[in-house]
Design a binder for this molecule. Structure first.
Ligand code: NAD
Ligand code: G6P
Ligand code: MN
Length: 437
């Protein structure tokens, strides 16, 4: 059995230890000979890498583990790059969230002005690692889940159309797990779904078990009452998100929505529910980042990972599924963010949409979802325009296009507020955005 070589780009991410654990737990299904961490922040990465080194040594000493900030070392001799970088880190996420909120506009990592600002930062970072991969390992695949995935995907479509990059998101997977639990199934893998939309902006239209029985009515019945809240532990902000999914679902009784639609459809409530001085970035820094990093430090001090609280990031198992689908030509059905090209019949062919695809050794084949109704089509056209305008603004270094992008966003009330937010975001992002004129 061939053994694979994998680089995790964004090695210093809070998700890295969970993904390393997951990979080590799946060596029988996806054997590794080499695992590398790559980051451009040596200090941050070493917190994670020093602990991962101990974990790998103890769980799979045959896997060659390294961590580096040198692109050549990081990207040579690899089969897959799993990319989860955050350009500007949590310090900039905090600004993405807090600046729009000052104007009573949704302050969110991937939606609205915050997502646009993050997109303008991310494009450069993702293109950089994609270019490193192609230079040092031209045959490799990049599995990208760096956010904002919608904008990053549109940017790679425009600027690296022939690159071997697959863009994927874990939100549909997380929601499907909740749907499965809601109706008493063991696993979301017992369901086959039809879904269409943009990233963080989509709907399920059909959900069946493996015998073809329609599960959707039962799931809808549950969601109408509880949203996607299945009593499973999650922090309070996520719990709120899963609960209010029922209000999002109420807008279209035939489909099941992605949770992120709440920011577009109930923006005012989201703003009212936010603390302008303490946003999700603060919660993540005080929660996940603190917990993961202190556990990494503990492992390093103890010199062993025995008794560690770091768990395989099961929510991330889709990344291993994706790598295996390519490695073993499995033709597995997965939701990916891909160029539409008719998958949604009555929608812009060039938009990056999220639809089920068959994934195999030569990449993906989208499954056509037919025509979509006016409600979804209208919303998606508006949002796809935002994403395209951001990428045009990036390419043309155009202030005007970025102002248009913010203005088109359903989260922003008018062009005047769009301009005020843009000017503040531009000032805050000087170090990261191309200079606009
Ligand atoms: P994090 O800040 O903990 O980690 C990101 C790491 O990326 C940092 O160590 C940082 O130094 C590094 N980095 C930044 N710019 C880089 C560059 N140009 N080259 C190399 N490394 C760089 O962030 P996190 O919360 O762990 O999330 C990581 C990423 O994964 C984010 O983009 C997040 O939005 C994304 N994410 C996506 C999904 C999805 O559904 N697609 C799910 C979870 C997380
Ligand atoms: C989901 C989304 C990701 C997003 C993450 C944020 O998993 O699919 O795209 O990055 O949530 O979670 P956080 O806990 O960092 O707010
Ligand atoms: Mn996502």
């Amino acid at each position: 059995m061939k053994k694979f070589s994998v680089t995790i780009a964004g090695g210093g991410s809070t998700y890295t230890p969970g993904i390393v654990m997951l990979l080590l737990n799946n060596l029988d299904k996806f054997p590794l000979r080499q695992l590398k961490l790559y980051d451009n922040d040596k200090e941050r990465q070493s917190i994670v890498a020093d602990a991962c080194e101990i974990i790998v040594k103890e769980m799979a000493p045959e896997v060659n583990f390294t961590a580096t900030t040198d692109p050549e070392e990081g990207f040579s001799d690899i089969d897959f790059v799993m990319a989860h970088i955050r350009v500007g880190k949590y310090a900039m996420r905090e600004k993405d969230e807090k600046i729009p909120l000052k104007y009573n506009v949704v302050g969110q990592e991937t939606c609205g002005p915050g997502g646009i600002a993050y997109g303008m930062r991310s494009i450069t970072g993702v293109l950089e690692i994609l270019d490193y991969m192609e230079k040092y390992s031209p045959e490799a695949w990049m599995l990208n889940y760096s956010n904002p995935a919608a904008i990053v995907a549109e940017a790679t479509r425009r600027l690296r159309p022939n690159s071997k990059i697959l863009n994927i998101c874990d939100m549909p997977i997380g929601i499907e797990s909740r749907m499965a639990k809601a109706i008493g199934l063991e696993s979301r893998k017992e369901m086959d779904v039809r879904y269409y939309g943009l990233n963080h902006f989509g709907w399920w239209t059909d959900i069946r078990d493996k015998e073809g029985n329609d599960l959707k009515p039962r799931i809808i019945e549950y969601v109408k009452e509880h949203g996607y809240d299945v009593g499973q532990h999650s922090d309070t902000s996520w719990q709120h998100t899963f609960q209010v999914a029922k209000d999002v679902q109420a807008l279209d009784s035939e489909t099941l929505p992605n949770t992120y639609l709440k920011y577009y459809l109930y923006g005012n409530q989201e703003v009212a529910h936010s603390d302008k001085n303490h946003t999700r970035a603060n919660m993540v820094m005080e929660g996940r980042e603190k917990n993961i990093f202190s556990e990494c430090n503990r492992i390093v001090e103890a010199g062993t990972s025995e008794g560690t609280t770091i768990k395989a990031g099961d929510h991330a198992s889709y990344i291993v599924d994706l790598a295996r689908a390519i490695a073993y030509n499995r033709h597995e059905r997965m939701l990916l963010i891909v160029e539409n090209k008719g998958a949604i019949n009555n929608f812009d062919e060039t938009a990056m949409v999220e639809v089920p695809c068959l994934v195999g050794a030569n990449g993906y084949e989208p499954l056509t979802q037919g025509n979509i109704p006016q409600f979804q089509k209208g919303l998606m056209e508006q949002q796809a325009a935002v994403e395209k305008l951001v990428v045009e603004a990036y390419i043309e270094k155009s202030y005007q296009k970025l102002w248009q992008a913010l203005t088109v966003s359903k989260t922003v009330p008018n062009a005047e507020v769009a301009k005020q937010i843009l000017d503040e975001l531009m000032e805050a992002n000087k170090e990261f955005w191309p200079e606009l004129h």
